[in-house]
Design a protein around this ligand. Structure first.
Ligand code: HAM
Length: 417
């Protein structure tokens, strides 16, 4: 039985083959995500992986709707696996925001599902750090969110030599659009063309823009000028004051594909341009209102950072640590008569918080020792009977090879707890 294309198995290290995905690397990323969100005062939430289809068809835009894993469930409901977290979060906020002081700062680590063509950096399932702020319209919130994005990447060892945040504004593009076209209903189609400029051929972009009444030259000139709007200037100033100015640059090539964005938008890319976007986000001030049927109106902003491109990037920069089983002590049972006493010692070690392991069934001593080395254990401990008939513990530090003989009930203390 093979797994489905675009889905992953995660194995503990050492990995069975070079293409396997590492559960240890995934945890390493999750730890950095949670730890950075905590430093910025964000609280963790979660939602269901399966939602009503309507939640996404109404708000996200055509591209993501084309990529949905959707079906009719046994209760005749049209449902979809979540392709992104933002509509779920907007729904949760719309129903419960009154219970929370503003600004609301929340994060989640959802697994998301998109039926898209499998390619480098894009799979049919991925994990995403989502960080969002509700109830603050000031650009101070945009700057805070981008600082969090930068620090999340820095927490994994990346620097301004490795990545850049391209900062843009739907407002700037909206103004550009409104000056030349009075038909607001064409705006989303226009944004879609801009979103794909870098990936599409010039002829295609030219034709699609012409159909909407725009010229590729005027679009290119606007991007090349890259004049920051007042809101972008204020975001840049706040980031510069934090010493994070080197991580951002204004780039109107970014507009974001999703339909709901309204103001400042941004994407994180590796500096060499080798990979797809690492993260993307921005303002979506109208989504909560839309989802609540007009009942709740809260300014909002957020970003999503995927684990796939991120792992490719930190791997390519040699920033992944070496992962071991993290075993503190392996208890060696050489004298089977002492197995009950060994079990008691292992139990004491575990209760004291140590990761302790041992061979479940009788195995030759040298094999047990080899296994301790493979597990990367810091210590081994072996019980033996002294010539006087007493049970003593031989505690060995595997790196220094230093050995101590001590009473079994002092092993925990000897290990420093
Ligand atoms: P997005 O740009 O669709 O935004 O996704 C954010 C990030 O998720 C991308 O930059 C990429 O790293 C990763 N990603 C997306 N699709 C895939 C895929 N098929 N395979 C692997 N990685 C992928 C959103 O989803 C917005 N909801 C983010 C947001 C949160 N905006 C406001 N709050």
């Amino acid at each position: 039985m093979e797994r489905l294309p675009g889905f992953r198995d995660f194995y503990p290290e050492p990995l069975p083959n070079a293409d396997a995905w590492s559960a240890d690397a995934r945890n390493h990323i999750f730890r950095a995500w949670r730890e950075t969100a905590r430093r910025y005062g964000f609280r963790e939430y979660d939602g269901p992986p399966l939602e009503s289809l309507e939640l996404f068809t109404l708000k996200s835009g055509d591209e993501i709707v084309d990529q949905l894993f959707n079906f009719v469930d046994k209760g005749e409901r049209a449902v979809a696996m979540r392709p992104e977290m933002t509509p779920t979060l907007a729904r949760m906020i719309a129903t419960s925001e009154r219970a929370y002081k503003k600004p609301i700062k929340w994060f989640a680590l959802p697994q998301l599902f998109r039926y898209e063509k499998q390619q480098k950096g894009r799979l049919r399932e991925h994990f995403q750090l989502n960080c969002d702020i509700f109830g603050e319209a000031d650009t101070a919130a945009d700057a805070e969110l981008i600082a969090l994005l930068i620090d999340t990447l820095r927490a994994l060892g990346l620097s301004s030599d490795d990545f850049v945040i391209r900062l843009s504004s739907r407002n700037a593009w909206q103004e550009f659009f409104a000056k030349r076209c009075a038909d607001e209903s064409k705006a989303y189609a226009f944004y879609q063309v801009i979103d794909k400029l870098a990936r599409e051929s010039a002829e295609n972009s030219h034709a699609r823009l012409a159909a909407l009444g725009f010229s590729l030259d005027e679009v290119r000139a606007f991007i090349a000028a890259g004049e920051p709007t007042a809101e972008l200037r204020s975001v840049l100033d706040s980031l510069t004051a934090r010493g994070l100015g080197a991580f951002v640059q204004v780039d109107y090539n970014v507009i974001r594909g999703l339909a709901y964005y309204t103001g400042v938008v941004f994407e994180a890319f590796d500096k060499k341009g080798e990979f797809r976007a690492i993260a993307g986000g921005g303002r979506y001030n109208n989504l909560v209102k839309l989802i609540s049927g007009g009942k709740v109106d809260l300014p909002a902003l957020g970003f999503g950072m995927g684990d796939v491109v991120l792992l490719e990037l930190i791997k390519s920069r040699g920033l992944l640590p070496k992962f071991t089983a993290g075993v503190d002590v392996v208890a060696l049972v050489e004298d089977e008569a002492l197995r009950p006493e060994t079990l008691a010692l292992v139990q004491r070690l575990r209760e004291a918080g140590f990761a302790a392991d041992f061979s479940l069934v009788p195995v030759k001593g040298d094999k047990q020792f080899k296994r301790a080395l493979e597990l990367g254990a810091a210590h081994t401990v072996r019980l033996e009977r002294s010539p006087e008939g007493e049970v003593v513990a031989r505690l060995k530090h595997l790196q220094t090879r230093e050995e101590k003989v001590l009473a079994p009930d002092t092993v925990v203390a000897a290990l420093g707890r």
